[in-house]
Design a protein around this ligand. Structure first.
Ligand SMILES: C[S@@+](CC[C@H](N)C(=O)[O-])C[C@H]1O[C@@H](n2cnc3c(N)ncnc32)[C@H](O)[C@@H]1O
Length: 207
């Protein structure tokens, strides 16, 4: 799917995703809180969607969120208002972030690499805009490490991609490694389907 197909698809799903956010809180809330709950300073949420991560961030952060879908961003704007957070949301393609190098203390993203046409390029963009002493945090989904569950995912993968633009058997560890990122800490949960990362940006001369 192209970026514009994905944009259309998420424009269509935005209200539904917002309505079912309570299910996300029950299942994924603890992963989001554990990875994003201690970030500081100027924080970029890449592909922020309906703003699901916002409630897990400390009140003190200076938040910027980007997403390709205006409808997802409309829900994220409501989320900011409900949480009384003063964030700044922009429509933008994650593959070409319109921010200068070293702009953020923390770059976070969740359940997003599965939808980018070039996820490795996005991971490199995240590193570029993150300060060298900053941190990149990810909560991503992938193939289960439980055999029958992985088989089911593989069986449904093409149909799921056609419907949602999400490659749900894509393995986030492989992407992070291909992007050459320096993983400081990682863990996996929910039958191997969720992997979270704390990444230290490489120094600029090593990029
Ligand atoms: C599954 S949703 C995840 C949203 C949110 N991060 C969360 O954890 O709930 C994937 C998001 O990626 C966004 N997205 C997909 N491709 C994008 C791109 N090239 N640039 C920016 N956002 C993109 C979609 O619009 C959608 O909001």
């Amino acid at each position: 799917m192209s970026v514009s197909d994905i944009k259309e698809s998420y424009d269509e799903y935005a209200d539904q995703m917002d309505r079912f956010e309570w299910i996300d809180s029950v299942i994924l809330g603890r992963y989001r809180r554990a990875r994003f709950g201690d970030v500081e300073g100027r924080v970029l949420d890449v592909a922020c969607g309906t703003g699901t991560n916002f409630k897990y961030l400390p009140d003190s952060v200076d938040l910027v969120g980007i997403d390709i879908s205006p409808e997802m961003l409309a829900n994220a704007t409501k989320q900011l208002a409900e949480l009384e957070i003063d964030g700044n949301l922009k429509e933008m393609d994650a593959q070409e972030l319109k921010f200068a190098d070293d702009s953020f203390n923390a770059v976070i993203s969740s359940l997003s690499t599965c939808t980018f046409p070039d996820p490795v390029a996005v991971l490199r963009e995240m590193e570029r805009v993150c300060k060298p002493d900053g941190t990149i945090r990810l909560v991503e989904h992938g193939r289960s490490d439980i055999g029958p569950m992985a088989k089911y995912q593989e069986w449904r993968a093409d149909a799921h991609y056609e419907k949602t633009g999400c490659r749900w058997t894509q393995e986030p560890r492989e992407l992070v490694s291909e992007a050459g990122l320096d993983v400081r800490n990682t863990n996996t949960g929910l039958f191997g389907t969720i992997t979270t990362f704390e990444i230290t940006p490489n120094q600029r001369d090593q990029r």
